[in-house]
Ligand binder design. Sequence first.
Ligand code: CTP
Length: 405
Amino acid sequence: MLRNKHILIGITGGIAAYKICTLIRDFKKSGADVKVICSPNALNFVTKLTLQNLSQNEVYEGEFTPRNWKPEHISLADWADIMLIAPATANTIGKIAQGIADNLLTSVACAFSKKMIIAPAMNVNMWQNESVQNNIKILEARGVDFLPPERGFLACGYSGKGRLCSLAKIYNAVNEALNYSDILKGKKVVITAGGTIEEIDPVRYISNYSSGKMGFALAKSAYYMGAEVVLITTKAFEAPFKIVKVKSALDMQEAVNSEFDTSDYVIMAAAVADYRVKERSEQKMKKENNDKLTLKLVKNPDILAELCKHKRAPHPDPLPKGARENDCVIVGFCAESENLLENAKAKIEKKGCDYLVANDISRKDIGFGVDENEVTILDKNGNTTKLEKASKVRIARKIWERIIN
Ligand code: CTP
């Protein structure tokens, strides 16, 4: 499965380093070419000879023992299709986030512009440290994927979140990233995310609990599959692709419509408010002596339904020069608190989209605001595909697999 793929593994100084030996063997068995770079402390935990034998390549550690004219940190970065850092210590994560390149591993990371996956492992208190978490956010915003540590008994004697995630998770993440790396190349993808904000006055608004995490995961996933991505969102995200920040449903509609004609996929993952206040007050509303307040609401346009209608509208024949028939794949989301499938089936018909991803919001462990989800994908022919509970990042990948295939 990984034949001819070049995997560069960075190992840092943590006890979980010994586990990476098994991973190297698994990648080799799948046909990959593996090279290993060790941070100065990694070799305190695992021997060079072991890594060399398993990877069938020499192990890289020093910056000043070049084997050819090209500096090693550049030739290794050029060679690799993907860089995996596992286990990653707080120290190495911090250096990479801040652009510090003081050893071969951090120098390669600094020069590396392709897909990077980091699997941290450390003491639970270090993992929760604010600086560590901030560094992770910085790297995630640059497109690095993190495989968070798992809970359990830690080698330092503590128990909690900190141990390296399972090797199967790391293997799958690398495998998927390599196998899907350019499946959306040349395609434009527009994704909406987050709940819209309908202002009442300058300080108050109507909105909903949508965090935008699912939409963001879909956008990131598409980006790694080579797509040109536009994320239209009410939330503050940072990413290496275009982000259009909007507030209300009307703003969102304008932004989506302006991208639609050149898009190959539109995914409406945003929770669009169905109503807005009829007249937003210019000034902060005073309560004065009123015991009651009545707000008049008017219906917002249904962005998704209107896109689908527009797509189905007959094209001029012949098409104007440079124009193309709109064959954009349109995907809706639906959040339901009861009768999930029944409501979803009615909704896909009513809206006319190609796929509808149905979400059960009555459960606290999935959906709104949390990092995991479990969804059912419906298509317009009545087929359903259930995706079992997993991280939103993984669910995003699976949704793309379903849509693309
Ligand atoms: N949607 C939209 N414009 C709206 C409302 C919803 O584009 N004004 C889109 C959402 O982004 C989502 C899909 O329609 O992709 C379904 O949203 P949902 O809130 O589940 O459905 P509603 O149409 O709002 O129906 P209801 O609230 O009655 O369940």
